[in-house]
Design a protein. Structure first.
Length: 154
């Protein structure tokens, strides 16, 4: 309960895969606010946080507190990319509002579609490296979906 861990910065896909392979989910309250507070504190002018990705199926925290943090992320130019597994309308609403406030995107995905999520994560990586132009240049289905969400704007 209330567990939160952050690894050191990783520079290779293999190291990230090894780290992520050890992640497991347990029952308990979501930790979305802690993730955003960590992102707000972790960056520096020399090494800014360019994107935050959250994949989850629920939002059990107070929406007002999360929206305030999402607004702070927006002010610091840290877009939130929230990928929702499942169909909970309350979660979808909060994720969409957080994405708008931060300048990011919220996209639902089916738990049976690992390939769809892989495409979305790749699109976020391209966005973090090269912004909207990188999404337009790559033009994969994940890039187009993310671009559509980003161009909706607040």
């Amino acid at each position: 309960m209330a567990e939160f861990k952050a690894s050191e910065w990783l520079t290779s896909a293999g190291a990230l895969l090894d780290c992520m392979s050890g992640v497991s989910c347990m029952a308990g309250m979501t930790q979305i606010g802690r993730v955003m507070r960590h992102a707000l504190d972790a960056g520096s002018p020399a090494h800014p946080i360019r994107a935050v990705i959250f994949v989850g199926d629920a939002c059990e925290e107070t929406p007002d507190a999360l929206l305030a943090l999402a607004g702070q992320c927006g002010l610091k130019k840290i877009p939130l990319f929230l990928f929702q597994e499942g169909n909970d309308p309350g979660t979808r609403s909060v994720f969409q509002q957080m994405a708008k406030l931060s300048g990011g995107a919220s996209v639902p995905f089916d738990a049976n579609s690992a390939e769809h999520l892989r495409q979305l994560l790749g699109a976020v990586a391209r966005f973090a490296r090269g912004g909207i132009k990188a999404l337009r240049d790559a033009n994969t289905s994940g890039d187009r979906l993310l671009l559509e969400q980003l161009e909706k704007g607040p």
